[in-house]
Each structure stands twice: as structure tokens, then as C-alpha cells.
Design a protein around this ligand. Structure first.
Ligand code: DX5
Ligand code: ZN
Length: 218
């Protein structure tokens, strides 16, 4: 499968959100990464359904929605209605993860599971065949622009080995602190999708930076 860059709109300019969405539409990115935070699971609040619905009207690519909220199962149908294509919940926030995954798929979305930096990949191997995407957090979730946690590289390799061993099609996404310096190593370690917020939106030419990130896979 070809590699994917998912710019995180958390780092976009919300006073010019339409302009930034159009930049992503025109770029080599395949996905929009959409960070939803509730101020409980993480120490920050981002945005909710009104912003998502506006985004959906303009975005011409996959909406990859990352829920950093407690009890994510409460809102599965609402996110489907708001236009999510991939819905990722945190394993640390999901008591009945298997049921939640089935509910996400029944609502017509791909099901993702995110792991905080301290959470072992072994905690999800029993349900890996039900997961379309594993999101490895390479920062503690809550904020854009943080420093990449280097142990994520080994974790990515270990997860890739397990996915290959089990013969499943689960994608690996890396979220947090992705840069032009670490993107090549992450792709080599087995990452399929790289989320990038600060690296894209703080650059002088965001569209070119997306191309440059993608080229790190070559
Ligand atoms: C962090 C979010 C990330 C964030 C990434 O809690 O889940 O998706 O937007 O931003 P950067 O790439 O700036 O670390
Ligand atoms: Zn995210």
C-alpha cells in the first residue's frame, strides 16, 4: 500500500480554516487528521461537531478522526453523521473495546485504536484482526507541536512484526512530533500513515512540506 500523510487540522489557522482545507485538498496528502479533545481524557479542549460538519463540506479526502475523549462509545453515530471515515478511540478510554470496534464498523466507518506512549502493543493483539488502524502516539496526547518520543520507533517495528506474523491488513499510524528528520525512519520501521501538524502548518510552504514528508518513504 502506498504511504499516507495526514495533516492535523489542529495546527491549522482557524480564522482561515477554509483556506487551509483547500491547501490540503490540493496537496499530496490523502487524509485529514481531525483531533477531538474533551478536556477530561486529555488536558485540552479542541473542537466538536459544528467544526467537523463545516470541514466535511469542504474536504475532498478521507476524514481520519482521533477521539481523545472518555467513553467514546457515546458518540459513534454522531461522528458517522458528521462525516468521519476513520474513527479512532483510545484503548485507555475504552472498557469494552471489542464492542466499540464492532459499533464503529456497523456505523460504516473504519475502526482505529490509539495507544498512549506507555501502553503496550500487546494489550490489543487479541483484537487486532478487528482493527483497521492502530495509532501509536509518539507524544502524550493533548497538544500539537510536542517533541517526538524516540522509543516509538522500536514500538512501530514490534507492531509491524506482529501484524505481519498474524497476516492482517491493519495500518500503522504515527501521531505526534513527526518531522522531516524522523519520517524516513518511521516509514522504514513500518508506518503506513504519518500525522503531521506543526511540521506542515509552521512551514513556509505547507503543500511542499507534505510532498517532502511523503518523499521520505522513497
Ligand atoms: C496530539 C494530537 C496530534 C497533533 C499532532 O494530541 O493527537 O494529532 O495534532 O501535532 P504535531 O504533528 O504538531 O505533533
Ligand atoms: Zn491526533
Amino acid at each position: 500500500m502506498s504511504k499516507i500523510i495526514a495533516p492535523s487540522i489542529l495546527s491549522a489557522d482557524f480564522a482561515h480554516l477554509g483556506r487551509d482545507i483547500e491547501m490540503i485538498n490540493q496537496s499530496k496528502a490523502d487524509w485529514f487528521h481531525v483531533d477531538v479533545m474533551d478536556g477530561v481524557f486529555v488536558p485540552n479542549i479542541s473542537f466538536g461537531f459544528p467544526v467537523m460538519k463545516s470541514l466535511k463540506q469542504l474536504a475532498k479526502k478521507t476524514l481520519d478522526v482521533h477521539l481523545m475523549i472518555v467513553q467514546p462509545e457515546r458518540f459513534i453515530q454522531d461522528f458517522a453523521d458528521a462525516g468521519a471515515n476513520v474513527l479512532t478511540v483510545h484503548i485507555e478510554a475504552s472498557t469494552h473495546l471489542h464492542r466499540t470496534l464492532q459499533q464503529i464498523k456497523a456505523a460504516g466507518m473504519k475502526a482505529g485504536v490509539a495507544l498512549n506512549p506507555h501502553t503496550s502493543i500487546h494489550s490489543l493483539l487479541d483484537v487486532i484482526e478487528d482493527i483497521d488502524l492502530v495509532c501509536l502516539m509518539s507524544v502524550n496526547p493533548g497538544f500539537g507541536g510536542q517533541k517526538f518520543i524516540p522509543q516509538t520507533l522500536k514500538k512501530t517495528e514490534a507492531l509491524k512484526n506482529e501484524i505481519t506474523r498474524l497476516g492482517c491488513a491493519t495500518l500503522i499510524e504515527i501521531d505526534g512530533g513527526v518531522s522531516l528528520q524522523n519520517a524516513g525512519d518511521l516509514f522504514k520501521a513500518g508506518a503506513d500513515v504519518l500525522v503531521a501538524g506543526n511540521t506542515v502548518f509552521s512551514s513556509e510552504n505547507p503543500s511542499q512540506t507534505i510532498t517532502d514528508l511523503l518523499n521520505c518513504s522513497k
